[in-house]
Ligand binder design. Structure first.
Ligand SMILES: Nc1ncnc2c1ncn2[C@@H]1O[C@H](COP(=O)(O)OP(=O)(O)OP(=O)(O)O)[C@@H](O)[C@H]1O
Ligand SMILES: [Mg+2]
Length: 489
């Protein structure tokens, strides 16, 4: 059979090395993934209650594999590696290669007289195909659409984030070599390399998921792999309302903000839902506007017909060819944009975005990491200062006030729920201080018996926000007034 070793005796390659060879040849062939379950957008994300596996440190069972199963799998896997030539197998297409593996594994099971049920045998075949051709133990996690993040801390500790809560799973890699191999397989698909010499790498999976790898010696206990799963069915504003992330009135205010070309900053902590909210906000943009998006890894899914999507580029292996966010934002200005959307503002591009916002690109938006609207404005100021612009802080603050109209704060609360906690206006400066005014806030009122937070979105009673005239200009003042009135009742 093609792919079988002719010199099986004494030529067993180290499974890690064999798979690395595949990678070096640039022929990684991920096994076809089972179709992910479609998330029901109307159902709120499951909240992990107190006393559940997440609250105690019990690993969550994925696939129900026992220790005995892992031992059997290792024995059969080693026998398989002795039998096949992985480099030849890499020349087959995925389907033929997995057929080949299935034939040989079935033969090994009968020769070694391994006792297992048909279901176990099928699971074993799938796992081994995943190991040889795909992303190994990560495959069942990648196939699930309810997982937001996968975090691998060395071979034996794999965490997932489901419904806003981080849980330890029973998924594990054979050893750190297998984990490193899979990391290499992932990053080689985007033409990059991760090893001791260049131990930090960002990459993308073919489905768009964002990946970061940091390998030993920097990661002390084996490679750390972090995957932000790409959600095919992006949450929409109605989903956010259904989850209680925002009230219907709050959403109506966001619609006015998005529609009336009000410059907006979305602030929040890691994984708080900033990109999701930005994506929702873009739905309020009219179809005839020319929009340019700049991202580190393309996550936004705009529905408008006139969109140019740009992505930064890391330096190549020789350290050349980097294209930064600042380069993209600067270039955008020469592309006749009507709105510029920056996936994440984290450096000197803050200056260019602010300039764009107050030079006729109204309705531009961006996200940034900060824990409150006030902190978001401070961060913008420090990004500009650290970018080497020699401007007095008063000038920078005036520039911020002249550019940013609204800051929306997203947060992941301690019960795992994600909420929009503030919709805040930037009003002006008083002396050296930036004056802001909250329109909407989320008030935490208590805790239910499962540890879930109880709270309410409340309007602060401002009847005429500073962008009232703008809303009027776009014919949205009635919608704005009714949302603010309804929320303050
Ligand atoms: N309001 C929400 N309710 C439930 N789940 C949400 C909500 N907002 C976002 N999510 C989910 O949370 C995860 C993280 O969201 P998102 O990527 O938008 O966060 P982020 O703040 O941009 O993260 P990062 O800081 O890593 O860029 C995604 O899986 C997303 O589907
Ligand atoms: Mg994001």
């Amino acid at each position: 059979m093609f792919g079988r070793r002719t010199d099986a005796v004494g030529a067993a390659p180290n499974p890690g090395v064999g798979a690395a060879k595949n990678t070096a040849q640039g022929k990684p062939k991920p096994a076809p993934k089972p179709a992910p379950k479609k998330a029901a957008p109307a159902a709120p994300p499951p909240r992990v209650a107190k006393g559940s596996p997440a609250a105690s440190a019990q690993p969550v069972e994925i696939g129900g594999r026992s220790d005995e199963y892992f031992q059997t799998k290792t024995t059969i896997f080693n026998a398989l590696i002795d039998t096949i030539d992985l480099s030849q197998l890499a020349q087959l297409d995925t389907e033929a290669a997995s057929e080949e593996i299935r034939d040989i594994v079935n033969e090994i099971i009968s020769i070694k007289n391994v006792q297992m049920s048909i279901a176990e045998q099928e699971a074993l075949l799938q796992d081994i195909c995943n190991d040889v051709l795909g992303y190994g133990p990560l495959e069942p996690l990648l196939a699930r659409d309810d997982i937001a993040d996968i975090m691998v801390n060395g071979a034996s500790r794999v965490f997932i984030e489901v419904g806003g809560k981080i849980q330890l799973t029973n998924v594990r890699f054979r050893d750190n070599a297998q984990l490193m191999n899979i990391c290499q397989r992932i990053v080689s698909q985007v033409g990059r390399r991760v090893d001791e010499a260049s131990p930090i790498c960002d990459a993308r999976l073919p489905d768009g998921s964002r990946v970061n790898v940091i390998a030993p010696p920097l990661a002390i206990d084996g490679s750390a792999l972090t995957i932000r799963k790409f959600k095919k069915d992006k949450l929409r504003i109605q989903d956010l309302i259904n989850f209680g992330s925002i009230s219907p009135e709050g959403a109506q205010v966001l619609e006015v903000v998005g529609h009336c070309r009000i410059n907006t900053l979305i602030s929040g902590g890691t994984g708080s839902g900033k990109t999701t909210l930005l994506n929702c906000m873009t739905a309020f943009i009219e179809n005839d506007e020319r929009i340019i998006t700049c991202e580190d890894a393309a996550e936004l899914q705009l529905q408008q017909p006139h969109v140019v999507r740009l992505e930064t580029r890391p330096p190549n292996l020789e350290g050349q060819g980097e294209v930064t966010m600042r380069d993209l934002v600067k270039n955008c200005l020469r592309m006749r944009p009507e709105r510029i959307i920056v996936g994440e503002v984290r450096g000197p591009e803050a200056f260019d975005l602010l300039q764009a916002m107050n030079t006729g690109h109204d309705g531009s938006m961006g996200t940034l990491h900060a824990n409150s609207p006030r902190e978001a404005l401070q961060r913008i100021e420090s990004m500009i200062t650290m970018g080497g612009y020699n401007l007095p802080s008063k000038t920078i603050r005036e520039m911020i006030v002249g550019s940013i109209d609204v800051v929306i704060q997203a947060a992941r609360l301690r019960d795992g729920s994600r909420r929009i906690t503030h919709v805040t206006e930037v009003l002006g400066t008083e002396g050296d201080t930036i004056i802001t005014q909250d329109l909407f806030v989320y008030d935490i009122e208590g805790e239910d018996e499962d540890g879930g937070l109880l709270g309410k979105h409340k309007s602060t009673g401002i009847a005429r926000p500073a962008f009232w005239d703008r809303a009027k200009y776009y014919g949205k003042e009635a919608a704005l007034a009714s949302a603010l009135d309804a929320a303050s009742e």
